[in-house]
Design a protein around this ligand. Structure first.
Ligand SMILES: NC(=O)C1=CN([C@@H]2O[C@H](COP(=O)(O)OP(=O)(O)OC[C@H]3O[C@@H](n4cnc5c(N)ncnc54)[C@H](OP(=O)(O)O)[C@@H]3O)[C@@H](O)[C@H]2O)C=CC1
Ligand SMILES: CC(C)=CCC[C@@H](C)[C@H]1CC[C@H]2C3=C(CC[C@]12C)[C@@]1(C)CCC(=O)C[C@@H]1CC3
Length: 345
């Protein structure tokens, strides 16, 4: 039986509620008796009890009309990292988030939960059991992450107990699960093109992959613990499955589950990284003439070949977080949810 910690008269808005994480969050909030509205630039299948507001989060007027009578806002909208569009990241994640904060304050919103990312401290070098006390990356791995850092700072600095506007940031890592448009589809696409034969490095690097329902659970707990007298205010929290796994074992389990062979041949990390760097520079130089997007970007090679896993002790201590779905179960549910991506389907 689910315990309902909050009365159902709580009205919340999920910005980015049509996206992968946002949609799972909306479903959980409804299940917990919240009254939910969604604000997103795009709409997917309607949910009967959800009010949908279509708009760009950079548009304050559009936000204000969606924020009427809302006391809690979840901000989980962002351009996809793969869009690789610096201007768009800056406009949406930095200027847009400032606009969201201003609109929330004007509309009298009391609480805001931001979906940040654990990668805000990652510089492409090993992180083992990283805590929230690690400094922000001075050289973030890409523009997307650079703007996620700025976004998190803006939201946490806006936390103001005096005026009654409370904020918290959730830092998930490697979100996966049913309906994810990125991780599994990229992986399967790479396998279909015969490029998933190689393991970068010795294959022992540990990484956090987090099942989407655990990320949702972290968001809901944060919102419910966010009060003027709580230690949660103005802080960032890692939310993971708390079961770091070898990057290549995770990839292999998904691939094998979908009927593709697991990668087998090892390539030295520095060799692949150097090659990826060269290709990336070539793509940049040739951009005015031809446009090609290499599969092996330096950022992806760093993600695939280094340790990067994080401690969620702070979330455990401050908000009683524990993952609700194990990695094994999460992988099983994910694989089962992609029958159309099975080999030969
Ligand atoms: N997926 C992951 O592994 C991780 C994700 N995160 C963070 O979690 C959050 C959710 O990610 P995820 O669910 O994967 O992403 P999605 O792309 O699936 O969802 C984001 C949603 O926001 C919408 N959106 C984008 N720009 C705007 C805008 N200007 N105004 C209104 N809505 C907009 C998107 O629309 P459209 O699709 O049309 O762009 C989409 O519906 C993001 O903040 C991301 O940075 C953090 C760590 C890991
Ligand atoms: C843990 C974490 C931050 C995951 C984020 C998701 C994506 C960045 C990954 C999803 C599929 C991954 C993938 C690769 C890199 C990282 C991802 C894009 C490779 C390109 C790495 C090099 C290869 O050999 C192929 C991989 C395909 C899948």
């Amino acid at each position: 039986m689910t315990t309902r910690l909050r009365p159902s008269n709580k009205r919340c808005l999920v910005i980015g509620g049509s996206g992968f994480l946002g949609r799972h969050l909306v479903e959980k909030l409804l299940d917990r008796g919240y009254s939910v509205s969604v604000f997103d630039i795009c709409q997917n299948d309607e949910l009967p009890s959800v009010t949908f507001h279509q708009g760009d989060l950079c548009d304050k007027q559009a936000l204000l009309s969606a924020l009427k009578d809302v006391s809690l806002v979840f901000h989980c909208a962002s351009p996809a990292p793969a869009s690789d569009n610096r201007e768009l990241f800056e406009r949406v994640n930095i200027q847009g988030t400032s606009t969201v904060i201003q609109a929330c304050k004007e509309a009298g919103v009391q609480k805001m939960v931001l979906t940040s990312s654990a990668s805000v401290v990652f510089e492409g070098k090993d992180i083992k059991n990283g805590k929230e006390s690690l400094p922000y990356a001075k050289k973030p791995i890409d523009y997307y992450t650079q703007t996620k850092i700025m976004q998190e700072k803006l939201v946490l600095e806006a936390c103001d107990r005096e005026s009654g506007f409370l904020t918290v940031a959730i830092r998930p890592h490697g979100i996966f699960g049913p309906r994810d448009p990125q991780l599994v589809p990229i992986l399967v696409d790479t396998a279909c093109r015969g490029k998933m034969k190689f393991i970068i490095g010795d294959g022992t690097n540990l990484v956090d992959f987090t099942f989407v329902e655990n990320v949702v659970h972290g968001h809901v707990l944060a919102a419910e613990r966010l009060k003027a007298d709580s230690s949660v205010c103005g802080k960032a929290y890692h939310i993971t499955n708390d079961e770091p796994i070898r990057f290549w074992d995770f990839m292999s389990e998904i691939l094998v589950g979908l009927g593709y062979p697991a990668p087998r041949y090892h390539l030295p990390y520095l060799f692949v990284y150097g090659l990826a760097l060269l290709l990336w520079m070539l793509a940049l130089l040739l951009r005015p003439l031809i446009s090609f997007k290499p599969t092996f970007t330096p950022m992806r090679v760093a993600l695939a070949g280094t340790h990067h896993y994080y401690s969620c002790d702070r979330a455990k201590d401050d908000m009683g977080y524990t993952p609700v779905v194990s990695l094994k179960e999460g992988i099983k549910r994910t694989v089962e949810s992609y029958p159309h991506l099975r080999r030969g389907a």
